[in-house]
Ligand binder design. Structure first.
Ligand SMILES: NC(=O)c1ccc[n+]([C@@H]2O[C@H](COP(=O)([O-])OP(=O)(O)OC[C@H]3O[C@@H](n4cnc5c(N)ncnc54)[C@H](OP(=O)(O)O)[C@@H]3O)[C@@H](O)[C@H]2O)c1
Length: 244
């Protein structure tokens, strides 16, 4: 209760968004802070980009806390846990992703390991490490950001075998996590993105005209992580008006 206005004060909603320095993750974190008044721990390696985002979020009711971190490092989950510092978490958006494109025949073991580690293992380890803090009422919501390339039956593209397979692992992980976390009342869903106009898409498909920009997608994902757990659990949802 705010004693000055006599109105109920909504409890702080705290979320973790990975890959928040660019593209979809940046737009999601920004929307959560500016449009929904949430506090967001924004994870990425690029300190300058996170600082810039933090400045852009200063006008919001919520707060953005930059966490400069390489999620490929072994102690990454522990560092995120330290930053959350025992507070109740309302959401985790597993958005950070790596795309490596290679012609079939040129793949190396280290490249495939990196793809599967960042795109699938890190989301599992983060969900596992943060689940006790996501537990409770209303249920915490883990949203995994996969790709249409990882959606069963979708069109596949040459050069993306290991990337698409790592995203398929993330879609399957979503169903597993929903089961693993059900007793904690933590929900988990997956959005399989089609083409979004971001640096990742422009590097992988130069000149491809994406039908949506990161702001529209980030606005949707912010609403989805805050509300989607009421209607979906363990679901893999294609989000595409095209299928590159
Ligand atoms: N754009 C599309 O068309 C499209 C389609 C399907 C799926 N997706 C998926 O959507 C998600 C967002 O992609 P995007 O298009 O927005 O790409 P983006 O603009 O390149 O952003 C990728 C983000 O991931 C972060 N990241 C990468 N490696 C990291 C690491 N080791 N540790 C911490 N952060 C790391 C990057 O931050 P730093 O470099 O600062 O670390 C950046 O913030 C990805 O999972 C991608 O696979 C995108």
């Amino acid at each position: 209760m705010d004693m000055r206005t006599n109105e109920a004060v909504a409890p702080e909603r705290l979320l973790v968004v990975t890959g928040a320095s660019s593209g979809v993750g940046r737009a999601t974190a920004k929307s959560l802070v500016l449009e929904h008044g949430c506090s967001v721990i924004a994870v990425a390696r690029s300190a300058g980009a996170l600082e810039e985002l933090s400045n852009e979020c200063k006008a919001g009711a919520g707060q953005l806390h930059p966490l400069v971190l390489d999620l490929e490092q072994a102690d990454a989950v522990a560092k995120v846990q330290q930053t959350v510092s025992g507070r109740r978490l309302h959401g985790l958006v597993n958005n950070a992703g790596l795309l490596i494109k290679q012609p079939f025949g040129a793949w190396t073991a280290p490249e495939t390991s990196r793809l599967f580690h960042l795109n699938a293992a890190v989301p599992l380890l983060l969900a596992q490490g943060l689940a006790p803090l996501l537990a409770g009422a209303p249920p915490g919501h883990v949203v995994n950001i996969s790709s249409m390339g990882g959606f069963q039956g979708s069109v596949k593209f040459p050069g993306l075998a290991a990337y698409s397979a790592s995203k398929a692992a993330l879609t399957n992980l979503t169903e597993c996590l929903a089961e693993e976390m059900k007793d904690l009342r933590v929900r988990c869903n997956c959005i399989c993105l089609g083409a979004v106009d971001t640096p990742m898409l422009r590097a992988a498909f130069p000149g491809y005209p994406a039908p949506v920009g990161p702001e529209e997608v980030g606005g949707f994902l912010a609403r989805f992580v805050l509300e989607g757990h009421k209607f979906f659990n363990g679901k893999v949802l294609p989000f595409a008006v095209s299928t590159p």
